[in-house]
Design a protein around this ligand. Structure first.
Ligand code: ADP
Length: 263
């Protein structure tokens, strides 16, 4: 179980263009942090830096106090699992094949899975409720089922850190809630550090312990949903007038965009 993940003074440029500037935050084990912000604010880039798909120009990523810069790809894959925005999969694979791929950072080349590996795969499928789909081809699944399989593959990696980029972008509200409830539960039960990029501010408020609002590559606000989702802040960052009011059922802030009248 990870104790915490620290993003420390991270800056990154694509060529001459500064994309992220001096980003710092900490996520404790068992916490789910939502990264929000307008298109192009640097959310996906930040996630790629945390997973070391991209190398920051400045700053460090620390897991349990250790700088991940020197880690081997294998050690990284055992520690950090990524659920990308769109998963490119050869869909002829069965669900079980896909989830078993999560074990590859633990196997040597051509080494078969042990009983223990199979048990971990089984548990990952159980936790995400895809066991009953195990022998089905990915082509036969709904978007929600497919996304649960990708989360199962990530869990089979036995990660300490779980990174997700808009994991429910193509799902309806029912399946969206299902995935977020699953993430919430797994984060607590397994003591994961979970970081999720998402667009939906209400969803972010409902499910995340902490929010990080990015705007033009800097942290515009961070903290609880109440601290981050403030009318003035959102108006400034998103360039629209909004009203924020407590959700009548949960008390969490809910954001209503005021559409300018065209009269
Ligand atoms: P977000 O996820 O918040 O929409 P991104 O991190 O995807 O933002 O992008 C941040 C900025 O970096 C955008 O202006 C985008 O155009 C730019 N960008 C993203 N990927 C590349 C790339 N491979 N090369 C150059 N610029 C990029």
């Amino acid at each position: 179980m990870a104790k915490k993940l620290v993003v420390e003074n991270v800056s990154f440029s694509y060529g001459q263009r500064l994309i992220l500037q001096d980003i710092s935050f900490t996520v404790e084990a068992g916490e789910m942090v939502g990264i929000i912000g307008p298109n192009g604010s640097g959310k996906t880039t930040l996630l790629k830096i945390i997973s070391r798909l991209l190398v920051p120009d400045r700053g460090r990523i620390l897991i349990d106090g250790k700088d991940t810069a020197s880690w081997s790809p294998r050690l990284l894959a055992r520690t950090v699992a990524v659920v990308p925005q769109e998963t490119q999969i050869n869909f002829e694979f069965t669900v079980r094949d896909i989830v078993e791929m999560g074990r590859s950072p633990y196997l040597r080349r051509f080494q078969a899975m042990s009983k223990q590996d199979q048990e971990i795969v089984h548990q990952a499928m159980e936790a995400t409720n895809v066991l009953f789909l195990a022998e089905r081809s990915m082509t036969e699944l709904s978007g929600g089922e497919r996304q649960r399989v990708i989360v199962a593959r990530a869990l089979a990696q036995e990660p300490e850190v779980l990174l997700l980029d808009e994991p429910t972008a193509s799902l309806d509200i029912n399946h969206e809630a299902e995935i977020f409830q699953l993430l919430r539960r797994l984060t607590s039960e397994k003591g994961l550090v979970t970081i999720v990029v998402l667009h939906d501010l209400d969803l972010a408020a409902e499910y995340c312990d902490q929010l990080l609002l990015l705007a033009r590559g800097t942290v515009e606000a961070s903290g609880s949903a109440e601290e981050v989702l403030r009318g003035e802040t959102l108006a400034r960052v998103y360039g629209v007038d909004v009203v924020v009011y407590p959700n009548p059922l949960t008390g969490k802030p809910q954001v209503h965009v005021l559409v300018p009248s065209h009269h």
